[in-house]
Design a protein around this ligand. Structure first.
Ligand code: SF4
Length: 495
């Protein structure tokens, strides 16, 4: 009896030891497993051909882990959830991004994590996220395609790359301390200026350049900063870095006229890909500019500023405001006389609008001049919300109407192209197309009928450009044929 009891005790002891050992092995293995990797998530929308469990993850080209799990998101079947196991020594920053890359000749897919500036904080899981989420490089760029659907098939079929023309907004800094009376920027963002690092802007441009190469089509950038050159030294240093990194893409930005006196800045704008500068000229009347606290704009400098840009093939979108207190009947004629004497640009015209919380709104309200004090709840495009001093609301509208009609008439379009006839045909075609689109800011041209009418009105210019392009094409073809068929004896004689 005693012996049998000992067997039971010994057997139970051995069993406990085995179970304990088994648990210990599992625990050790589990803790090792947990310690070996940190986990991140990333979400991809669209096809992820070649991506699967075990796909290599690289950080700036160095292997740091692999895809642990790849699954369709139940909540959104277009989305793929990718869980990544990554070496904890790899520091993933908040401004890192993940992309799908393919490897040289083999074409094998891997996940590349890139970007991430040393000064930015490390990526952490946000509340509700099981793991930190690295954004994919999957911004849907097509949402920025400016080519009307009507023209896309035609342009794509002819392989010119113009079936898509995507203008991508990038913000490199925020804020403007100038405090123009009508402007919402200073009140909204404050008068301090904040900038992103040069490095992060350059990285974003490089990323877009790669996307442009991969996706095809045309890509340009719109720096949506309130005043892109508000700190000239910083802007120059950013533009130099863009040039040094070969990160140039065609770009547009908003810059005050006074900042464009600087020749070096204008040189760097041109070299870094700047094509169009939006300039808030507002008025050609210094009294008006003083009224709205924008007398740092000097109308007698406008022609020089535009000439300086045009000399480097950079052109301007010039913005004017009618209905200022010193404006009277004929303001459109007076402004157009100046505009038409400058290098051709894209003028736009609006009316003085008292946006809420601006100094202008307060001034007009105190003076009892607001006729529609809550005009944003009763939106009426191009209809002033207060009465100007020297003309009526109706007259201000007529002035705007005249300015738009004349600036984008078929005759004016032809004259603008004539003024830049020394430029190549591609440049003139893009200028012409820009004019057709800018007209649409004021005149509705959302349907086929409006476009057909517009094209018919501009048929003379279009025919001239088409003829020139055809002659060029025929000339190139003939040159090629001559090169191919030149007899051998002629070659030796010539040699
Ligand atoms: S310079 Fe331009 S952004 Fe700055 S306050 Fe004046 S209008 Fe606004």
């Amino acid at each position: 009896m005693e012996t049998r009891a000992n067997y039971v005790i010994v057997g139970t002891f051995v069993l406990i030891c085995i179970i304990g050992l088994f648990i210990a092995v599992l625990w050790v293995a589990g803790s090792q497993f947990r310690e070996e990797y940190t986990y991140y998530r990333t979400y991809f929308t669209g096809a992820v051909t070649g991506l699967g469990k075990g796909t290599v993850v690289r950080y700036n080209g160095i292997d740091i882990g692999h895809a642990y799990d790849v699954a369709i998101d139940d909540a959104d079947p277009k989305r793929v959830i990718v869980t990544l196991q990554i070496d904890p020594k790899a520091k993933i920053h908040v401004d890192s991004i993940a992309t799908l890359e393919s490897q040289g000749l083999t074409g094998a897919i891997y996940v590349e994590i890139e970007g991430g500036t040393a000064t930015s904080s490390l990526l952490q899981a946000q509340p509700g996220q099981p793991y930190p989420v690295i954004p994919w490089d999957t911004l849907d760029l097509d949402q920025f395609n400016l080519v009307p659907k009507l023209f896309r098939p035609l342009l794509e079929r002819h392989g010119t790359g113009w079936g898509t023309f995507r203008v991508i907004p990038i913000e490199s800094g925020r804020g403007c301390p100038y405090g123009c009376e009508f402007c919402t920027v200073t009140g909204f963002f404050g008068d301090s200026i904040r900038f992103r690092s040069n490095e992060s802007v350059v990285d974003e441009l490089l990323l877009l350049k790669r996307r442009a190469r991969k996706d095809g089509g045309q890509v340009a950038v719109f720096f949506i900063d309130d005043n892109f050159a508000i700190n000239k030294n910083r802007t120059k240093s950013l533009l130099r870095d863009i040039i040094a990194a070969d990160a140039q893409l065609p770009w547009v930005a908003q810059i005050s006229a006074n900042l464009l006196r600087d020749e070096e800045l204008v040189d760097l704008i041109a070299q870094s890909g700047g094509k169009w500068i939006f300039i808030g000229m507002e008025s050609i009347d210094p009294a008006n500019l003083a009224d709205v606290n924008k007398n740092f704009n000097k109308p007698d400098e406008y022609a020089g500023v535009l000439g300086r840009l045009a000399a480097r093939n950079v052109y301007a979108i010039t913005s004017f405001i009618f209905g200022m207190d010193n404006d009277s009947l004929g303001v459109a004629e007076r402004t157009l006389a100046q505009v038409e004497s400058w290098p051709p640009g894209l003028p736009i015209f609006g009316q003085l609008t008292p946006f809420p919380a601006t100094p202008l709104y307060d001034r007009l309200q105190k003076a009892g001049r607001l006729v529609r004090p809550k005009h944003w709840l009763d939106f009426a495009p191009f209809e002033m919300a207060h009465a100007p001093l020297k003309m009526t609301i109706r007259e201000a509208r007529q002035e705007v109407d005249l300015a738009w009609s004349r600036s984008y008439s078929a005759e004016r379009n032809a004259a603008a192209l004539k003024a830049i006839e020394e430029h190549g045909i591609e440049f003139r075609v893009s200028h012409f197309i820009a004019r057709l689109f800018f007209r649409g800011i004021y005149f509705p041209q959302m349907n086929k009928r409006a476009w057909i009418k517009l094209l018919a009105q501009n048929r003379g210019t279009m025919f001239g450009l088409a003829k020139e392009a055809f002659n060029l094409w025929r000339g190139v073809k003939k040159t090629k044929r001559d090169v191919v068929t030149v007899p051998e004896d002629k070659i030796s004689k010539a040699a």
